[in-house]
Design a protein around this ligand. Structure first.
Ligand SMILES: [Zn+2]
Length: 332
């Protein structure tokens, strides 16, 4: 039996899936080590393989990795990721040396869009965009059948496109007005604070639960959506401001890439399909603000496994555009 190992490396969780071509055979999940050592993540993956997947190692034909970035695909490493302590993380080489099988590294959203084509809503399509709204905002694109990557594999950072021309908030990357700085899980509380501090008639919202949480300094992104759903007027106001910027972000995506289908993943979007995805879907399908035929816009059918199954898909069917960039493979 031929097996494929998919690895999803996130800022919080690392997940491994052994796949036999039709379904996941084994899954291993552990916390991503938060140390400054360049090998801490690859060592943790190798020890998980040795202890949990020992019996399957000989059957593994190839490994695919979907990782947080930024990446240097040529060398197979993560470089200067804002969400983990290690400045440089060696990923591909240690796994190549351990398993002696091809190891294909890609950005997490790039992996997810490839998975969408193999297993998800992009089956049979040549033009697919995957957008994640999670801790951050990111995207992966397949256009005319080709995976888009950029010179080091960091292309298509759509979370860092400008959606607020007034540039009210500064993004973690240093830029102003970026989509991620307003609408991602990590930044929604900050945008909510900005809005609450500037509501002219804020005294009218004194009974708002959102206002109370904000005053206590305990506001989280999930509260904003939960309270909006419960009818809290201040939460609804914040959600409507977030929605405007989400629509701007998706309009940019449609006008830039002209996709047949956009699939949306990430916990913020998938936990709030009614308040995050539905309004964007309606706006895009209306055709206003876009210069092409509207694409289908759907929550990813792969759910929380979008990146993991994407990593599996990359191992099963490595995209030629990606393989060309992975110079480290020549050391196999
Ligand atoms: Zn940015």
């Amino acid at each position: 039996m031929k097996l494929f190992l998919g690895i999803d490396i996130g800022a919080t969780w690392t997940r491994l899936a052994l796949h036999d071509g039709s379904s996941i055979v084994r899954k291993v999940v552990f916390r991503t080590p938060r140390e400054t050592d360049s090998y801490c993540i690859s060592n943790a993956i190798i020890s998980a393989i040795r202890s949990e997947l020992r019996d399957y190692v000989d059957s593994i034909a190839a490994v695919g990795i979907g990782s947080i970035g930024p990446l240097d695909l040529r060398r197979g490493i993560i470089v200067g990721a804002p969400n983990i302590p290690a400045k440089r993380v060696e990923l591909a080489r240690p796994l190549l040396e351990e398993l002696r099988k091809p190891v294909y590294l890609a950005n997490d959203c790039v992996a997810a869009v490839w998975g969408e084509k193999s297993f998800g809503a992009g089956k049979g399509c040549e033009n697919i965009v995957y957008v994640t709204i999670s801790t951050g905002i990111g995207g992966g694109m397949i256009i005319n059948g080709a995976l888009l990557l950029g010179k080091m594999g960091n292309g298509h950072e759509i979370g860092h496109t400008v959606v607020d021309v007034d540039r009210r908030l500064r993004c973690n990357c240093g830029g102003y007005g970026h989509w991620e700085a307003y609408c991602s899980g990590a930044n929604i509380p900050r945008f909510a604070s900005y809005l609450i501090e500037r509501v002219p008639s804020i005294h009218e919202y004194r009974s708002s639960k959102l206002y109370a949480l904000w005053e206590e300094g305990k506001l989280r992104s999930e509260d904003v959506y939960r309270l909006a759903r419960e009818g809290d007027p201040l939460a609804r106001l914040v959600v409507s401001e977030i929605t405007k910027l989400n629509i701007a972000g998706f309009e940019n995506v449609v006008n830039l890439y002209d996709p047949e289908v956009i699939t949306v993943g990430g916990s913020v979007a998938l936990n709030n399909v009614d308040l995050v995805i539905e309004p964007v879907k309606q706006a895009i399908e209306s055709g206003r603000g876009i210069v092409t035929e509207p694409p289908r816009l759907v929550p990813t059918p792969l759910g929380g496994d979008a990146v993991l199954l994407g990593a599996v898909a990359i191992a099963m069917d490595p995209p030629p555009q990606l393989v060309k960039l992975l110079e480290y493979l020549s050391s196999l």
